[in-house]
Design a protein around this ligand. Sequence first.
Ligand code: ZN
Length: 297
Amino acid sequence: MQWAVNSAVRVPSSHGGSRWFESSTAHHFFIPFWYMPFIRGNLPFFAFSNFSQFPFLKHAIFTREGGYSQEAYASLNLSYTVGDIAENVSKNLEKVKNYFKARWLVWTHQVHDKKVLVIKNERPTSSYTGFDALVTNQPSIALLVKLADCQGILLCDPKKKVIAAIHCGWRGNVVNVIGETVKTMQREFGSEPKNIWAGISPSLGPCCAEFRDYQTLLPKTFWRYKTKNSYFDWWAISCMQLQEAGIPEHQIEVARICTVCDKRFFSYRRDGKKTGRFGAIIMLKGDEGDSRNGEGN
Ligand SMILES: [Zn+2]
């Protein structure tokens, strides 16, 4: 299995990725999140260890490193709508697509809502608009969400071979795009939530998630996730919503890396409007991808 390569070279992240973690809300234990550095000119990426048991699956959380963009967008910016040179974004997307050996790389113009794009067609287009989650049971279609502090939540149902990628900022939590995505997997593909595994990407951490107007912005059910003053633990809120949707706690992995603190990632809160978007990607391997796959991704 290709992930065995990762296991041989994995190194702890700067936030201590090789240890077991306990969340700030107690009784949540998380398994480590892997970092794969540059190897033979490849892109560096992070990976969830709970997905490594599924040989039919590929996924990665890329950093901002390894691409063509310059200055504020240096270098692996995957978004056309943040002011970067389009040609560089195209080259970055192509690099990611080739890296995944994907037949199609699919993303959506994300709008902080809860609409879920279901891909059953084997020939999707690459870009859609108005969706914040993508679900498919088709191989060789890499689902991409673009991030700068928002959570990229990847889901996999190994029984039905269904995957999902969710873009979830705080507005996504408020409208519960997570629950909506799990419901869509149930309705469209017969997934049972108890069989679904989940990973939450690097994103805005409890250390930096200040919401001074939380009393007007956030529902009361979120208030118990306040860590200090007006700071919130959005990782714990997403864990709660995943479990509320029926996903068992031990099948949820949280990267526990804050994108504002960790400069390997783009961060809207840290850098403002002029910054890029990094990618969280998941794909079911196709036959073609399997036979050509020799790079451990
Ligand atoms: Zn932080």
